[in-house]
Design a protein around this ligand. Structure first.
Ligand SMILES: Cc1ncc(COP(=O)(O)O)c(C=O)c1O
Length: 434
């Protein structure tokens, strides 16, 4: 029998998942996969954690829907309190949504309303980087310098300015770290001047890039310079922590690695850990307070924003991360994962292995005369045949191919499972390139 589902995957469609347990996923044919990427770096606690299921069930019996226009709930209040325990100082106004793209959309609208309410209505542009991904909806895609995902939608997108990506190995300026002036950061100042600071509302960046440029870690000065430039020109800084938030990189939020405090955070994935669709914008209290003081309300909302079931689940996820000290665990286990991945550097097709905590990217050299399948998807397919899930990445610059993968297992993975992951991945890279 055929299907009525319009799959996003191409011909043949996806395999059918029937069960998840810990770091393993099982399909309808009885195959078992070690989830080396937490899905798309979302299932941060693994599947079927009893504490999360119990919290969900408790909430199911209380109330599953309360409209945010009229009601808050204990679940929403508790989830917001817990989100704030993760966030950098001052970021204490939480607006819940249902995923990462909605969180980016919400941030774009929030910074716009903030500037209007602050008496600066000419500020509306949001500057972003090339080789970035902030979501699939039109506003979020407008900010995403990801050529393949912008695909046919160019005419629909907002013409917001972009600056070059951060990537020392393939420096867009042809410079070398140690002998450069961090031009990838100082270009932000040039872009703000070109556009006119009075038109620029915010700059958005992923602390470590995700699907667009797998786990590229910026030079240590980058975000400090970004912060200084934003402050000099009254431009808000939005950290997109959808992939990196809630412990993934061995810090509560990845931006903490550089001691920089953004004005807003957007987050999703690890907040619901794959149990429910949820995301959030976490704004500095000064932003939330300005909006409430001037307009009386944030002119925005979705039917499922602040949904009690989603919030109760997120609260249970965050409590679990605290109780099991999973932020420190990600750092410790990240060192073990690094030891497993670094031997890949000797493979002739591996160009770079990079990352932080439990978020790692592997970049492959493209063989111009090689097979049609790009190296990223080729390794993903070989890994799947070997019972390992990793996430395809790269191909974000115009004319480039998907030449990367992301590795990011659940923060609950054991050291033995990390060793198994390493073995399966080394076999899969060998298989993919013959
Ligand atoms: C950094 C980043 N921002 C935003 C998004 C969009 O999130 P979602 O797919 O939940 O809409 C993603 C998704 O991969 C992401 O990695």
């Amino acid at each position: 029998m055929g299907t009525h589902v319009l799959y996003r995957a191409g011909a043949g469609g996806p395999r059918r998942a029937v069960r998840g347990e810990g770091v393993y996923v099982y399909d309808a044919e009885g195959r078992k996969y070690l989830d080396g990427s937490s899905g798309p770096l979302a299932v941060n606690l693994g599947h079927g954690v009893p504490e999360i299921l119990a919290a969900m069930e408790r909430q199911l019996h209380q109330i599953t829907f309360a409209h945010g226009g009229e009601f808050t709930s204990e679940a929403q209040e508790r989830a917001a309190d817990l989100v704030v325990t993760f966030a950098p100082p001052g970021l204490s106004r939480v607006f819940f949504v249902s995923g990462g793209s909605e969180a980016t959309e919400t941030a774009i609208k929030m910074v716009r309303q903030y500037w209007v309410d602050a008496g600066r209505p000419s500020k509306y542009k949001v500057i972003s980087k090339r080789a970035s991904y902030h979501g699939a909806t039109l506003g979020a895609l407008s900010l995403s310098g990801f050529a393949a995902r912008r695909g046919p939608y160019g005419p629909l997108l907002l013409p917001f300015p972009q600056i070059p990506e951060v990537h020392c190995r393939r420096c867009p300026y042809g410079l070398e770290y140690g002998r450069c002036a961090i031009e990838c950061a100082t270009e932000l100042e040039a872009a703000i001047r070109r556009e006119g600071a009075d038109t620029v509302a915010a700059f958005i960046a992923e602390p470590l890039s995700g699907a667009a440029n797998a786990a590229v870690v910026p030079p240590p000065e980058y975000f400090r310079l970004v912060r200084e430039i934003c402050d000099r020109h009254d431009v808000l800084f939005i950290a997109d922590e959808v992939m990196t938030g809630f412990g993934r990189t061995g810090a509560k939020f990845a931006i903490d690695h550089w001691g920089v405090v953004p004005d807003l955070l957007v987050c999703a994935k690890g907040l619901g850990a794959g149990y429910v669709p949820i995301g959030a914008v976490v704004a500095h209290e000064r932003i939330g307070d300005q909006i409430l003081r001037t307009s009386g309300r944030f002119i925005h909302g979705h039917t499922y924003a602040g949904n009690p079931l989603a919030c109760a689940t997120a609260a249970a996820v965050l409590e679990y991360i605290h109780a099991h000290d999973l932020v420190a665990a990600a750092k410790r286990k990240g060192a073990a994962l690094k030891r497993e991945l670094e031997p890949l550097k000797t493979h002739p097709r591996v160009a770079e292995v990079r990352g932080l905590g439990l978020m790692w990217g592997i970049e492959f050299d493209v063989d111009p005369g090689g097979p049609a399948l790009a190296p990223g998807p080729a390794v993903v397919a070989a890994a799947m045949r070997n019972g390992l899930l990793v996430y395809p990445a790269g191909g974000s610059l115009p004319g480039s191919v998907a030449n990367q993968i992301l590795v990011g297992p659940p923060l609950t993975i054991t050291e033995e499972q990390i060793a198994a992951l390493g073995g399966l991945l080394r076999t899969s890279v060998a298989d993919a390139f013959g």
